[in-house]
Design a protein around this ligand. Structure first.
Ligand SMILES: NC(=O)c1ccc[n+]([C@@H]2O[C@H](COP(=O)([O-])OP(=O)(O)OC[C@H]3O[C@@H](n4cnc5c(N)ncnc54)[C@H](O)[C@@H]3O)[C@@H](O)[C@H]2O)c1
Length: 250
């Protein structure tokens, strides 16, 4: 689905980003595995290459605007273009009601989860317009579709990601740049480890939240991401695709 497409994935060292990077590699992409944790990025790139794919690891802190510009420049100087990007890196932030939600933690969630996507889109779309097209997928969440008590910072950022996705999709559709989002449900990744803290009751609680009655797997989200990045999704613009075991259908 992504044969020879130069594909940049942030937060690709773990969880959903890692699964999307692995699947992109299997589908023929040149994968740029970008993460703030360089060791993890290198391990994922090595796995892709070991499986017969093409990948390099790159460092990025998505909260820093100049890092996006530098990374896209580096990708273009190496590969000549940037065909696809998955703005995936994110953090959960605290769990607390609004009045107890720490101001600094709120700003950090906005910096990484919303401004990280905003900066990425600017650098990526600028390049895609120069070369005549491309595809972006942003990682929102069901927390960007519905509210959930205790995660106001995360939810604000993820609602923002969907807004950015839809508005920018309208602005660039006629110039060959497709911009969409995925909204994963409750997916078993290291992001949840800190929330569960080894407690079986908490793990069971999350499992029952999705109508499907189980956790989602990162690979199930990766399928949607890679399809949205591929030319097979040629008429899909400005869509926030839920991959949530039915959570938001209720
Ligand atoms: N797991 C879920 O249930 C779920 C549900 C909906 C949305 N999401 C979203 O999916 C994305 C990935 O989450 P995950 O569950 O795979 O988490 P994860 O913790 O397994 O992976 C996140 C990756 O992002 C990287 N990262 C964090 N901050 C970064 C930064 N500033 N710059 C660059 N990289 C950074 C981490 O090093 C890590 O490799 C996030 O945006 C998250 O909000 C996850």
């Amino acid at each position: 689905m992504l044969k020879n497409k130069v594909t940049l994935i942030t937060g690709a060292g773990s969880g959903i980003g890692r699964a999307a990077a692995m699947l992109s590699g299997r589908e023929g992409a040149h994968v740029i595995v970008a993460d703030i944790q360089m060791e993890q990025a290198e391990a994922v790139a090595a796995e892709i290459v070991h499986a017969g794919g093409k990948a390099v690891a790159r460092h990025i802190d998505v909260a820093q605007r100049d890092r996006h510009e530098a990374l896209v420049d580096q990708v273009v100087s190496t590969h000549g273009r940037l065909d696809a990007a998955f703005n995936n890196a994110g953090i959960p932030g605290p769990v607390a009601p609004l009045l107890n939600y720490d101001d600094e933690a709120f700003l950090r969630v906005i910096d990484v989860n919303l401004k990280g996507v905003w900066y990425g889109m600017k650098a990526q779309i600028r390049q895609m317009l120069v070369q005549g097209g491309g595809a972006l997928v942003n990682n929102a969440s069901i927390g960007g579709v519905v509210g959930k008590a205790g995660i106001c910072g995360y939810s604000a950022a993820k609602h923002g990601v969907l807004g950015l996705t839809k508005s920018a999709a309208l602005e660039y559709a006629s110039q060959g740049v497709r911009i969409n989002a995925v909204c994963p449900g409750i997916i078993k990744t290291p992001l949840y480890d800190g929330v569960i803290q080894g407690d079986p009751a908490t793990e069971q609680y999350f499992q029952t939240l999705q109508p499907v009655g189980r956790w989602g797997r990162p690979e199930e989200v990766a399928e949607a991401v890679v399809w949205l990045l591929s030319d097979r999704a040629s008429l899909v613009h400005g869509h926030g695709m839920v991959v949530d075991g039915g959570f938001t259908a209720a």
